[in-house]
Write a protein that binds this ligand. Structure first.
Ligand SMILES: NC(=O)c1ccc[n+]([C@@H]2O[C@H](COP(=O)([O-])OP(=O)(O)OC[C@H]3O[C@@H](n4cnc5c(N)ncnc54)[C@H](O)[C@@H]3O)[C@@H](O)[C@H]2O)c1
Ligand SMILES: O=P(O)(O)OC[C@@H](O)[C@@H](O)[C@H](O)[C@H](O)CO
Length: 381
């Protein structure tokens, strides 16, 4: 079985490539980073170390790589012959891989009706659906009709904390032991062969919302509030009890929405929150607040981890003050090598915070959540 995986970065090597290789796939990574590509081609394997007491290392074998810049032909050919395509490049990069993916799908459908699943493993609601739209926009109607039959884009939720890596071996990845990969079974092609280690569910929404609005909402809250208090890592921020209490408040707000909306057991959900906070604290990881808070404009966007749960709380008459505080803190995330942080800072300086909030969150200036964000911003500033 053959898989093509876009993005040989942290989660790509530390989770998706590892799991697919262990499930028996020959994995071809596709990346723009020439060093990763050359090293993966040359060695055909790389180590993944678990950030736990024993620090067990697994060697991921049966892998190679292609450059999406210099090997576009080979990438399209690999897609034409693959059983599975996955991505972990960042949701805003999906538009850049849609062209070669469309080319590969077109070639494949010219001579084969073998099933192909394309799964975006990004932190976003409906990541694969977004990718499908981008790819379909590049296919003609005849190819689209064929793709409707034998190519599927099931949405997914992936969870494993993989920080930025700093090892002598450039391919080595240190990952937390926990992992979860959930795929929407209702969007798979009939008779699909499950990938070992992937959890297939009939309705993905409760899973993706629970993950994004707990792990990622809590994570970015710790990052933005931690940044304001001068902490460099999530582990340092989470050692501050006052800060952890603020993060917990946020997760209590999202938890109330999730329990009401999806019918999760309140006690179980509370344990889920405890477990997530424990994962953030993992002393064997060093996870920088600048990684976890990266791309604040994406994180402040209407369907992402802050605005969406706040609006859902508002609609249900529930609290959203702690979520508003995290959004306000995002406005103060002044990291000069993060292009979105730079853009956000410039927008706040030029337009004022109220207009910038409306612009990036989609919240009208007279919306109660917008007013709440501004009230928290005035306090934090
Ligand atoms: N790191 C985590 O803990 C984690 C966990 C779950 C989900 N995610 C999600 O996975 C995605 C990747 O995150 P990451 O932390 O691995 O980031 P990363 O920056 O480590 O990896 C992204 C990789 O994509 C590559 N890339 C960029 N443009 C490309 C292109 N046009 N074609 C091919 N490759 C390209 C980059 O060179 C890089 O190697 C994001 O959507 C993130 O939200 C990350
Ligand atoms: O990848 P982002 O920028 O959407 O979010 C940063 C982190 O919260 C994220 O990468 C987590 O580590 C991951 O989602 C854990 O499963």
């Amino acid at each position: 079985m053959k898989a093509v995986h876009f993005g040989a970065g942290n989660i790509g090597r530390g989770f998706i490539g590892l799991l697919l290789s262990q499930a028996g796939y020959e994995v071809t990574f596709v990346d723009v980073n020439e060093t990763f590509v050359t090293q993966l081609q040359k060695r055909g394997e790389y180590p993944v170390t678990l950030a736990s007491e024993g620090q067990e290392t697994v060697i991921v074998k049966n892998v190679t790589a292609l450059s999406s810049v210099t090997h576009a032909e080979e990438v399209a050919a690999a897609i034409a012959g693959a059983d599975l395509v996955t991505t972990a490049v960042g949701v805003s990069i999906l538009k850049h891989i849609a062209g070669v993916l469309a080319e590969g799908i077109g070639r494949r459908l010219a001579g084969s009706t073998a099933p192909l699943h394309v799964i975006a493993c990004e932190n976003a609601i409906g990541g694969s659906a977004q990718l499908k739209e981008l790819v379909y926009a590049k296919l003609d109607s005849e190819v689209r009709a064929k793709a409707d039959i034998s190519v599927a884009f099931p949405n997914a939720a992936v969870d494993r904390i993989v920080p930025l890596q700093q090892h002598e071996d450039i391919l080595k990845v240190m990952v937390e032991p926990f992992y979860e990969w959930v795929v929407d079974a209702s969007q798979m092609l009939p008779g699909y062969r499950p990938v070992e280690g992937v959890h297939y569910v009939d309705n993905l929404e409760p899973y993706i919302e629970r993950k994004l609005f707990t792990v990622n909402t809590g994570h970015c809250s710790a990052a933005y509030l931690g940044y304001l208090r001068g902490y460099g890592t999530i582990q340092q921020a989470m050692a501050d009890e006052g800060l952890t209490a603020l993060v917990r408040e946020v997760l209590e707000e999202t938890g109330t929405v999730l329990v009401q909306k999806h019918g999760f057991d309140a006690e179980q959900h509370s344990k889920y929150i405890d477990k997530i906070l424990e994962r953030f604290r993992n002393p064997a990881l060093t996870d920088e607040v600048t990684r976890v808070g990266r791309s604040p404009i994406r994180k402040l966007s209407p369907n992402d981890r802050l605005v969406s749960p706040a609006l859902q709380a508002f609609d249900r008459g529930l609290g959203y003050t702690a979520l508003s505080r995290s959004m306000a803190a995002a406005l103060l995330f002044n990291v000069s090598d993060d292009p979105e942080a730079v853009e956000l800072q410039a927008a706040v300086a030029e337009l004022g915070a109220a207009v910038a909030v409306a612009k990036y969150t989609g919240l009208a200036a007279d919306h109660a959540v917008h007013r709440s964000v501004m009230a928290e911003y005035d306090k934090l500033k």
